[in-house]
Ligand binder design. Sequence first.
Ligand SMILES: [Zn+2]
Length: 426
Amino acid sequence: MDDNQLSFPWGNDNSAREETTGRAVVTRRQRGYQIYLSQGVRKASRRKEWSVTSQSVDGAYYTVRYVLGRFVCNCADFADRREPCKHIFAVEYFEGHEDNLPDVPQNGLPRKRDWETYNATKPWVESCAAELLLQLASVIEDPDPTRGHPPAPISELLFASVMRVYVRESGRDFCGDVLQRWVTTQRVSRRYHFNTLSAFMRRPAVGAILRELIRESSSPLANLGQRTIAVDSSGFTTSTSSTWYDVRFHRTRKRDYIKLHIAVDTATHIVTDAVVTESDGADTAQLPGLIRGSMKRVQLCDVVADKAYTGKPNYDVLTKLGLVPLIPPKDGMTGRGNRFMEQMFHAFRAEDPDVLSRYHQRSNVETVMFMIKQQFGDRVAARSKHGQINELLAKVLCHNLQCLVMATAELGIMPRFFRGDAGSAA
Ligand SMILES: [Zn+2]
């Protein structure tokens, strides 16, 4: 469709761009909502392209595309303002990215909207995260039902359980209003009872699925270049240790928390692998597993970690894998026994500026740990051991979903999952 063939009743003056009907000013958002309701949006056969019916010219339509993380339209309004036009709003309603009803005009003045802020708003990020999670979960296969009626699909139970962690609602509230939204949009088949979700999250096998999805969700971002992976751990509080018990037996807080160990891509903050252990789980023993887990999806280069992870066993494993460990020595360590470790310890002691600047990438893993705790809480609500492990892994997966949504907006990346040799996550 050629833009020039179409006439625009609102002329070229920006201030007059909001169409006026009677005394009320109708915003682009409301127009978009009208177009969507009158079924004026059709998805083109190509991905990320939509045809939107023109309101002013019969039979005419505009093309909206999703390019480099934002919607563009070929209408004159968009060409002029480079801001969302009514056709883009119509597509957003159509795709379910926009849950809000149109703004109610107040005093006849349309609200101005900043596109960047708008992108960053919670409902948009949340519904994008939900769509990505559906994509990830869709590969999970159900075991063949041998008898009786088929159980609830694992992909749906997983979707609902992880989104519950994402929105940080109590079980009752989540299974009421929040879950209903995804039933309405046919993302899940029914409103699950919160006991069903809690029982699902207590299953030990769910931890393996969550870990696989964490790894897979990191692959679209973490493979963008040569990677530095940083490893660290942090405690999360649990609710299973009762207060009177603490007081009477003078228990330390040591057993009140569980420990999350993560490997993080320092450039994008996405978590490439995660493990949960008891509070006394030794950090150093987790490093080889986290790195091997990350390498299933991501090309690694440098591995940075603090001196809690140092020592010959880890240096041996990492150098054999062809990686460069940047892990400082503990006091009194010589590095004897692994030639590379010896050189690296020397470089740390000599404060080699190259080694130190690469080592300082490590602060990114602390940032990510902070982000996870701030966004999804620093305590776990589940009371059973596997419930706690799985809840914590779900927090990590939620963090990754958020990283992916932001990357979609900022870098124009379209995440695709399980395209390599990965196969099924189940
Ligand atoms: Zn347009």
